[in-house]
Design a binder for this molecule. Structure first.
Ligand SMILES: [Zn+2]
Length: 54
């Protein structure tokens, strides 16, 4: 299960539904990875940046 912070619920480790990995532009032009999805409870879009070394 992927979790992220939900800005609407102000809930940490909120369950992310339909999580998928997307490229994420970092400072300096490097591309990192992030997860995007929706909060299972309220449907708000969530975004989580994955570690650069992942
Ligand atoms: Zn939520």
């Amino acid at each position: 299960m992927t979790t992220a912070y939900c800005v609407k619920c102000k809930e940490k480790n909120a369950e992310m539904q339909d999580a998928k990995e997307v490229p994420f532009k970092r400072k300096g032009g490097k591309v990192g990875r992030a997860m995007t999805g929706i909060h299972a409870k309220c449907g708000t879009k969530m975004f989580r940046i994955l570690g650069a070394n992942a």
